[in-house]
Design a protein around this ligand. Structure first.
Ligand code: SAM
Length: 282
């Protein structure tokens, strides 16, 4: 199987880093989730990158960075899985992944067939993802719609065109994508999903104190935008809890350290401001 579409630069490259993390987690005997398709993505990407010497050097940097982020980010994947499971149990039949990347929840979580998963991400991401899924004949358990779009555009229009219904409760997932948007687009995206959310809808997001100049984040920014053209800092446009409350969301905050206790991993951050926000539309 050969692919020519691997995103070797730009923000879609970050999705490969997270696939590396999920692939690594899936190999552990004490894994927090199992994502066999992550192996297919990683194998395809590795083959593409390592065709040239420069590509192989960059691949080594991507792997090294994924290793640095592994412990915390992998636990974060499981926390999002748990929120999705809870939302489906509570009656949400639409799940929208904002910046879905190489996420495979529509395949790996055993979601019921009456649930629809909408995956929104850039066209270059799906130009890589969909051929890999086809090559391994992956079949989702839930209905799955792929929207190759830029979240900086009016994405609600294509979402509705694919059958999204704003009269049904929806679970919205922001798992590390919205911080890449310019602040005004980040806020506009959250405002848009707010207008599309009836009572019972949920919006799960994490609150981290990201120091964009700390070494792993600085390397992440260099990998995305090139060594000479630094990307702007992450997180700048995040709407706060106050914004969500003022716009009709009931907001619950749990610290990261409380959330991770049942998972038995040594990834406490000892910072009560870091945690998970679960907003529910009232
Ligand atoms: C760190 S990855 C996370 C992917 C996925 N949520 C996960 O956890 O595996 C960030 C994702 O955001 C997507 N992204 C960044 N900017 C975007 C934009 N303007 N429109 C759509 N997707 C975007 C990237 O393509 C990438 O897949």
């Amino acid at each position: 199987m050969t692919h020519q579409n691997t995103p070797t630069e730009g923000v879609a490259l970050t999705a490969i880093g997270v696939a590396l993390i999920r692939e690594r987690e899936s190999r552990r005997p004490d894994r927090l989730y199992d994502d066999p398709l992550a192996t297919a993505f990683v194998d395809a990407a590795r083959r593409d990158f390592t065709r040239t010497e420069a590509g192989a050097a960059k691949w080594a940097r991507v792997e090294a960075l994924a290793e640095q982020f592994f412990a915390g980010r992998s636990v974060g994947v499981r926390l999002v899985d748990d929120r999705v499971t809870e939302a489906v149990a509570a009656g949400c039949r639409q799940i929208v992944l904002l910046g879905a990347g190489l996420d495979t929840r529509a395949f790996r979580m055993g979601l019921p067939a009456d649930v629809t998963v909408y995956e929104l991400d850039l066209p270059e991401l799906f130009a890589f993802k969909e051929p890999v899924l086809r090559a391994v004949r992956a079949a989702p358990t839930a209905r799955r719609h792929v929207l190759p779009i830029d979240l900086r555009t009016a994405w609600a229009v294509p979402l509705r065109e694919r059958g999204f219904r704003s009269d049904l409760p929806t679970h919205w997932v922001d798992e590390g994508a919205l911080p890449y948007l310019p602040p005004e687009d980040h806020l506009r995206t959250v405002a848009t999903l707010t207008t599309l959310s009836v009572p019972g809808s949920r919006f799960g997001l994490s609150r981290f104190a990201v120091d964009s100049d700390a070494p792993p984040y600085a390397e992440l920014r260099r990998l995305v935008s090139g060594d000479d053209a630094p990307m702007p800092p992450l997180e700048a446009g995040r709407p706060g809890q106050q914004w969500l409350v003022e716009h009709g969301w009931h907001v619950r905050f749990r610290t990261w350290d409380d959330e991770i206790v049942p998972l038995g991993r040594d990834v406490a951050v000892h910072d009560p401001k870091v945690g998970v926000v679960l907003a529910e539309r009232v």
